[in-house]
Design a binder for this molecule. Structure first.
Ligand code: BGC
Length: 459
């Protein structure tokens, strides 16, 4: 990719590189949410019980955990670009393979491989975008990554709906689901070839002594004056001593770590991905046919995108804290409503409205803001590690919630006692807890520079 001029650099060039990296985020959304349209058919095809259904839906997330865990190391060893290419290859292989399996074990292996790609991309895509962009535009880019994720989710909901419409329920149970997973190979292949065209991150190049190549990219991004200044700053930063893992728990860093870790876990125990991955099944449970359920799922994806855009507009004006409090309070009420509806067997439109309300409140608050918090609360010297651990906790919790949902939703004892209300009561309690945690512990970081945020923890 070649554009830009030596004196001023090119905003278009940065935008193009960021767009390629953001495609990795889009695939993150696509590959995790593809399960929504397929899980019911997969269940019929392989005659799965509740625990194996949970496993089929969540095995990829175990791969994500591994991918996110090794992504920092991989990106440092082989470079950001090769790490992204590896993720792209894993996406393609997993897409094709998960369309072909004859056993659920084989399917899970294929999904775990793809998960490693997703986990890697979830760390390296924002990292690459942050490293390639000039300081002034860096903050907004984290939110663009979230935007890419929710667009990926919406696109795959459409694809699932389209594929399911090609045949009957029995055709979908034998063949349709295979096309749903296989379809992921197409955007993954595009991602692979586009990634071949982007340059390696200048930070990584400079770290490996390749200053001339690093400067070349920096010039194209920001012009020659800025390139020299940035290269000097990078070299300076590389001289700082790294902080050990236990350093994360030093007094000055402890609160930052606590906030990022707890918010990562809370984002997931709200049950968001129960809706992202199981929505069609929930809608079928309350009386919708397959087609209607998938159409309703598209409206969930649309709402998610719409309110992510709302968050983008509000987060720097309104602040993180008020949005999170309003969001988590709204999510608590939506869960309460869903619990009441499930307990009293109220079916139909009410359920759709409550689910859409829940999604809107999540997308305008915890969805993007938790990722912003994870990216901005850590002091520079521990940011990489801190972000990696917080992402690991987020994926780990996502795995636990997605694996256990069918089990608690179908547990005879829980159903006999609470109807189908128990999962909503459980997730709703965590939403309420989030309101209190944000109120009591999380400081407002709107408009503060990263250095000012660092000072908050020193008090
Ligand atoms: C979460 C994902 C979720 C997505 C939904 C993200 O912030 O981390 O787990 O699937 O939002 O939009």
């Amino acid at each position: 990719m070649n554009s830009g001029n030596a004196d001023k650099g090119s905003a278009l060039y940065v935008a193009m590189l960021s767009a390629v990296a953001a495609l990795g985020g889009l695939l993150f959304g696509y590959d995790t949410a593809v399960i929504a349209g397929a899980i019911g058919f997969l269940r019929t095809h392989f005659a799965l019980d509740a625990a194996s259904t949970g496993w089929a839906a969540s095995s990829a997330l175990l791969g994500c955990l591994v991918g996110a865990g090794i992504a920092g190391y991989t990106a440092d060893r082989i470079g950001r670009k090769k790490a992204l290419l590896t993720a792209a290859v894993l996406y393609v292989v997993s897409g094709v393979w998960s369309a072909l399996p004859s056993t659920i074990a084989e399917f899970s292996v294929a999904r775990i491989l793809g998960g490693i790609g997703i986990g890697t991309a979830s760390v390296v895509c924002p990292l690459y975008i942050a490293e390639i962009s000039p300081a002034g535009r860096r903050g907004r880019l984290v939110t663009f990554n979230q935007l890419a994720i929710v667009i990926g989710i919406l696109v795959v909901y459409f694809v699932n709906y389209f594929i399911a419409g090609l045949g009957s329920d029995s055709w979908n149970a034998s063949t349709g689901w295979r096309w749903m997973f296989g379809s992921a190979a197409i955007p993954a292949t595009v991602f692979f070839f586009l990634t071949l065209l982007i340059p390696e991150s200048p930070r990584w190049l400079a770290e490996h002594g390749r200053h001339d190549e690093a400067r070349e990219t920096l010039v194209r991004v920001g012009g020659s004056v800025q390139a020299d200044a940035e290269l000097a700053a990078i070299t300076e930063a590389l001289r700082e001593e790294p902080v050990s893992f236990s350093g994360l728990l030093q007094p000055g860093f402890r609160t930052a770590f606590l906030i990022a870790a707890v918010m990562a876990i809370l984002q997931q125990v709200t049950g968001i991905n129960v809706f992202m991955y199981y929505t069609p099944e929930i809608f079928k449970q309350v009386g919708s046919g397959t087609n209607t359920a998938l159409l309703e799922t598209i409206s969930v994806g649309g709402m998610n995108l719409l309110f992510t855009l709302v968050a983008l507009r509000l987060v720097d004006r309104f602040g993180r804290k008020p949005l999170m409090i309003i969001g988590a309070a709204g999510m608590t009420l939506a869960h309460a409503g869903l619990g009441i509806a499930a307990y009293n067997n109220i079916l139909g439109t009410w359920v759709l409205i409550l689910v859409l309300g829940f999604i809107a409140f999540f997308a305008m608050s915890l969805g993007p803001i938790v990722w912003i918090i994870i990216a901005e609360v850590f002091p520079t010297r521990i940011r990489g590690r801190g972000m990696a651990i917080a992402s690991l906790l987020l994926w780990g919790t996502n795995y636990v919630v997605s694996q256990t949902f069918p089990m608690i939703n179908e547990s005879p004892w829980l159903v006999a006692t609470f109807g189908h209300a128990f999962p909503f009561m459980l997730y709703g309690s965590f939403c309420l807890l989030t309101v209190f945690f944000v109120l009591a512990v999380v400081p407002e970081t709107k408009g503060k520079s990263l250095e000012e945020i660092e000072k908050l923890w020193k008090r």
